[in-house]
Each structure stands twice: as structure tokens, then as C-alpha cells.
Write a protein that binds this ligand. Sequence first.
Ligand code: ZN
Length: 198
Amino acid sequence: MDIYSGHINKLIEQLSRLPGVGAKSAQRLAFHIINMPEGEVKLLCDSISSAKENIRYCRECFTLTDTDLCPVCANAKRDHETIMVVENPRDMAAYEKTGKYEGVYHVLHGAISPMLGIGPNDLKIKELILRLEADVKEVIIATNSSIEGETTAMYLSKLIKPTGIKVTRIASGVPVGGDLECIDEVTLLRALDGRTSL
Ligand code: ZN
């Protein structure tokens, strides 16, 4: 017999589908939401729906943005001839937070993982190659140092090298398996400065 009403169970079930939310946290969140004032619940629901409706991929770098071009791509002061390839918008945000990188980005939305059945066609790789037809001096591969990140880096370097464009890989000061977003700014900048040619 279910202890909770069907509505609560449904809410708990939906919340527990979110990454990092276990059964216990889902219950805690569900009861918290139910005890919130109605106005706040509506605000939460509205912000989820409007984020989903209004956020799209940047036309150039494929990060998530409200506008056709993200603020980085739209900024003429950035060095548009240097492209840093990252796995996801959170990694891009980590580098942006350092305030020291002046180039632009390309967001792959994942990494190659045969285990999970994620191949090159599931990522924004074709879109990256298309961007290389413009004037590009360097592609910095800043995928994570996980097996998937390294596999992706190797794949990209083989793909880009024949174009004659310089391909570099951020230094492996980044802990193995480390998510870029969890790494402090100093380590990120050291990894960027110590990048090596592939
Ligand atoms: Zn962009």
C-alpha cells in the first residue's frame, strides 16, 4: 500500500528522475514544494517552462543561450580565430569565470563514449568542422581528462590536423576523470597555459 497520495508519489517520481536526486532527496524536495506558498510554486513552474521554451543553441558555438548568438560569440573584441572545444556549457562557464581566456568556444554537448553508445554523430562535431572553413588559427581541445574526453580529443585532432590548423590539448594538470567545472580557476588557467600541440 502506498503511504503517500498518488499526486505526491507522482511528484516524487518525477523529481527522482533528475540527475543527482536520489529517492530520499526526491521525497524531501516534494514535501518542501508542497509546503511552499502557491505563488512560489507557480514561479518555479514558470521558470522551468520558460527556460525550456526560450533557451536555444547559439548559432556559432552551440552553447545554451537566450539569443541567436551567445554573448561570447556576439562580442567582436573576442579572438574569433581561437576556438576552445569543451564538452558542455558548464565547462565553458568555468573558463569564462577565469576572465582570462579571450578566444571563443565550441560546445560538443558530450564526449564520444562507445560504452554509452555515443558516437561522433551524436555530438556537435560536424558543426565544428564547418566553423573551421572560416579563418581559424588554433583549436584548443579542452575536453575532460576522462577516457571519453581523451577519446574525443584524439578523434578531433585526427580530423582537424589535415586542415593545417594548429590543434592543441590543455595540459593534464586536470585530475583524471575530473569534471572541468569542479576545478579551481588557477588549475584551469595552468592547464590552458601549458597546452601542447597534438
Ligand atoms: Zn556562441
